[in-house]
Design a protein around this ligand. Structure first.
Ligand code: ADP
Ligand code: NA
Length: 332
């Protein structure tokens, strides 16, 4: 049996979105106060699987750390650090590259999505991404990983790697980690196309809410968000087959810790002209204090770096003995 421990990470590649907040960070803050030890990470080694401008990456890591701190991740209660400062992640990933099978990687839908039609030109790192993610999680013997639905397949691969490692070497060394996927914010969709997820790397700024967007921007983006002529239904069933409408209701629910049912009960039959401004006001009320605090923290990058360095020390205190034991099991 393993001590319950939570691990999760976000790539510091461009600004944080409302999807990262509702699907990840907000839930991490909630889990922080549970009995479980929690470890949260800016996964910069994952970010470089596609091209990153070096200066922008450094700043992106600080902005992400500021976003997590401003949202309520407390570095005294959780371990908060930057992946590349704990070299054990890359070391364990290599071992997992030798445990995972090529066929498993070939089934990863995110690689297919991200590599696009020209997969031959994708980096080898992008292909091996899930193996590094397994190392991030298993490095700490994490038992629970809160992730968005888009990451479910990668957590399943992490479980496969843990099982195969344990079987191959006849040990019970790595836990078989549970993905924790729940709540209406589990998949925030693109505001212009409700069939795609909201992502920091999307084509147009109008399709996402950035954590640093000001009140006017947020209002404008929700106003222009794709919806349909029907307005809000009388019951949640009326959202079926209407991805854009469902997304706006889910975002409201996620921001206000409500269920979509309660949102519909409050706005049954309302027109978008009434609901969208209410959604924008709610988003501003919830996000403005966070973005103000982010900006304040980003005025002192050296202090963010110090916090991350302290987090890395705490992370290494767990990672080093686990890596040593792994080497020993493998015969290295
Ligand atoms: P992005 O997809 O924005 O590049 P990451 O891949 O770094 O973000 O994902 C970081 C975390 O944020 C993961 O747990 C992921 O599931 C979550 N996440 C990202 N986008 C969304 C979204 N649109 N809805 C819900 N969760 C999301
Ligand atoms: Na993602």
């Amino acid at each position: 049996t393993f001590t319950p421990r939570v691990f999760s990470g976000i790539k510091p590649s461009g600004g944080l979105t409302l999807g990262n907040y509702l699907g990840a960070i907000k839930r991490w803050v909630d889990m922080q106060s549970s009995d479980m030890e929690s470890i949260y990470c800016a996964v910069d080694l994952h970010a470089i699987t596609v091209w990153q401008d070096p200066e922008a990456l450094k700043n992106g890591t600080r902005e992400l750390a500021a976003g997590m701190l401003a949202s309520g991740i407390d570095p005294e209660q959780s371990i908060l650090f930057n992946q590349s400062q704990v070299p054990e992640h890359a070391q364990l990933a290599w071992i997992f590259n030798c445990v995972a099978r090529v066929g498993w990687m070939n089934r990863m839908t995110q690689f297919k999505d991200k590599a696009g039609k020209n997969a031959e030109k994708a980096s080898l790192g992008l292909y091996a991404y899930p193996s590094l993610m397994a190392a991030d999680i298993l490095m700490y013997h994490a038992t629970h990983v809160p992730v968005g639905e888009d990451q479910k397949q990668h957590v399943e691969l992490t479980r496969d790697i843990a099982n195969k490692f344990n079987n191959d070497f006849g040990v019970d060394f790595f836990p078989v980690t549970e993905p924790v996927i729940e709540g209406p914010g589990m998949r925030v969709m693109n505001l212009r196309d409700g069939t795609k997820k909201m992502s920091k790397s999307g084509e147009s700024d109008m399709e996402r809410i950035n954590m640093l967007d000001d009140a006017d921007k947020i209002a404008k983006k929700f106003k222009k968000a794709k919806s349909d002529p029907e307005g809000l239904p009388e019951t949640v069933e009326g959202l079926e087959g209407r991805p854009e409408a469902k997304n706006l209701v889910d975002i409201y629910a996620g921001l206000n810790d409500m269920t979509p049912e309660t949102v519909i009960a409050e706005y049954a039959g309302a027109q978008w002209g009434k609901f969208k401004p209410a959604l924008a006001d709610l988003a501003v009320a919830k996000l403005a204090p966070i973005s103000d605090e982010m900006k304040r923290l980003m005025d002192d990058p050296a202090e963010i770096d110090r916090k991350l360095a302290r987090g890395a020390e705490k992370a290494r205190a767990i990672a080093t003995p686990i890596l040593e034991k792994t080497y020993d099991i493998v015969g290295l």
